[in-house]
Design a protein around this ligand. Structure first.
Ligand code: FE
Ligand code: CA
Length: 530
């Protein structure tokens, strides 16, 4: 499949930006796409010599694999760059790619400029790789060499690949526990790891904190950068990044809890929140192995995108925060109010929605995934007075757009839709019903929801909250509130989700086990216990 049909056209894949990122003869260039216009930074790139400390203490990563490319990432330690007097300079960073972790044969060498405007982060969008192939990479600056990362390109778009294994995860409040789940995930040498958001948290909350953030709630670019540095310093997280390519999307805590477009959680004005968003989104790019979306401008950063893994799976990666209408009826779990009945409210925004609907209408893979943040299956509850409560931050809070999407999936007959979800700090498996108010209505897809890596602390298998929601919502088949991740094994005939959980995250190095496995079979929508 040609690249242009894998990526949206406004996503950075042009030959021009590639040439600008890669070294050409004596000139190093770097393209910053701002407002769609590439700004070229030429020349004046410093090649460093001997360094006083390890500049790669945040690890390495790769991401957004296509059949012929992958993004390699690292970020130079700012204190090391400052110590050699290069804090304001573009710094040359080299990379090498090999088929083996020993680098006996080097397939490719290149260099990019890590610029101070992007916090000396390094992104190399390496092209011309072979499809469905494992590679190893490492970075060099001065006399320092980074740890080795493993990555893997996607199968060719037309390939009849028979098996694919990936993990998905979300929600890693640093103070709530250790990233033991990532230690286990790294050992699995997955084809792919998907992160559905809440990669950082903007503030402290909860009890029994096992380690600490610095300072109060973050708002500035410097704040967000420091917060990512804290999180990225974790060795288990680094091991997971080095073990496989990642696909990432953000949820709310990468900016502000439950923000909606330009509306903050607390009392920031829209102008304040947009400035904060610009800072948060820039830091996100700096620390993630993603291509810089063309069309980024200040607080606007379109990260929704599509990636294909042969004929087996296509993944639509969504952003349900940047474009949504404000949560109705005051947010939280509420009875319906007039605002909730307003059919003009949106979750995806019109541009993303149109792009998604087109994608779902032309989908031809065995499994068609919506990788997104918030629970899509209805999760209503009843209060002590018998009032039905709707979770206003979830898809339940946007019932018209959810119905439109479910109707669309049915109308265009998207093969085997699977929704992947994070955000809620608990494991769930659910049938997606065409009409959640009618138990007899057809099931049209499956939803798998991953628990948190750490958020909420140790957790437990069952809670009163979980049991009440299972009782009230018969389309929901499974709940668990321990910490961990979901490992998925796909074949053309079956999707299997293994819910892997830890007994505790408040002590390091706990063992992991499979709490439950749910499958969905091709052509038979809905989830079943394996
Ligand atoms: Fe979270
Ligand atoms: Ca969240």
């Amino acid at each position: 499949m040609p690249l242009d049909s894998v990526y949206r056209p406004n996503y950075a894949t042009s030959t021009q930006s590639r040439r600008c990122f890669l070294r050409s003869s004596a000139t190093l260039g770097s393209a910053l796409a701002l407002g769609g216009l590439p700004i070229l930074l030429h020349g004046a790139t410093r090649r460093l010599g001997s360094l006083p400390a390890d500049p790669f203490n945040l690890g390495v990563a790769s991401g957004d694999p296509t059949p012929d490319s992958v993004v390699l990432w690292t970020r130079l330690a700012n204190e090391v760059i400052a110590e050699v007097g290069a804090a304001n300079d573009a710094v040359e960073v080299g990379f090498e790619i090999s088929h083996s972790p020993s680098f006996r044969n080097i397939l490719r060498r290149g260099a990019i400029a890590a610029v101070p405007e992007l916090g000396h982060s390094a992104h190399a969008d390496v092209r011309g790789l072979a499809a469905d192939t494992e590679y190893f990479y490492r970075w060099q600056v001065g006399n320092a060499t980074s740890p080795v990362g493993r990555t893997k390109t996607a199968p060719a778009g037309s390939s009849d690949n028979q098996k694919f294994r990936f993990a998905f995860a979300s929600c890693q409040q640093y103070e709530h526990g250790f990233y033991t789940a990532y230690q286990h995930m790294a050992k699995e040498q997955m084809d792919l790891i998907v992160h559905l958001g809440d990669y950082i948290y903007e503030r402290s909350w909860g009890q029994n904190l096992v380690r600490h953030h610095e300072g109060p709630e973050i708002v500035s670019l410097a704040d967000y950068r420091n917060r990512y540095i804290t999180y990225k310093s974790d060795r288990d997280l680094q091991a997971a990044h080095a073990s496989a390519p990642w696909i990432v999307t953000w949820d709310d805590h990468e900016v502000d809890n439950n923000y909606a477009s330009e509306i903050s959680e607390d009392d920031q004005t829209p102008e304040q929140l947009m400035l904060r968003r610009a800072a948060a989104y820039q830091a996100y790019y700096e620390f993630m192995p993603i291509r810089l979306p063309v069309g980024r401008q200040g607080p606007a950063m379109p990260i929704y995108r599509r990636l294909r893994f042969g004929r087996l799976m296509e993944m639509n990666i969504l952003d349900t925060r940047q474009y949504r209408s404000d949560q109705a009826c005051g947010d939280g779990r509420q009875p319906r109010c007039a605002e909730h009945r307003d059919s003009n409210r949106t979750l995806l925004g019109s541009a993303q929605k149109n792009w998604l609907y087109d994608s779902l209408a032309s989908a031809d893979s065995a499994w068609n995934v919506l990788a997104q943040q918030i629970m899509m299956a209805s999760l209503r509850s009843v209060d002590n007075e018998g009032n039905e409560l709707w979770p206003m931050d979830l898809w339940d809070g946007y019932p018209f757009e959810r119905q439109e999407l479910l109707d669309h999936l049915q109308t265009v007959a998207t093969p085997n839709p699977v929704v992947l979800t994070g955000d809620i700090h608990s494991n769930w498996a659910a049938d997606l019903k065409l009409d959640f108010d009618n138990e007899a209505s057809p099931t049209i897809g499956a939803e798998f929801v991953c628990t948190s890596i750490t958020s909420g602390g140790d957790g437990q298998d069952m809670t009163d909250y979980g049991q009440a929601l299972l009782n009230k919502n018969p389309h929901v088949k499974f709940y668990n509130a321990q910490r961990g991740y979901v490992a998925c094994t796909l074949t053309p005939a079956q999707w299997r989700s293994d819910y892997k959980v830890l007994p505790r995250v408040t002590e390091a190095d706990a063992p992991i086990s499979i709490r439950a496995s749910y499958i969905t079979e091709a052509g038979r929508p809905g989830v079943q216990e394996a």
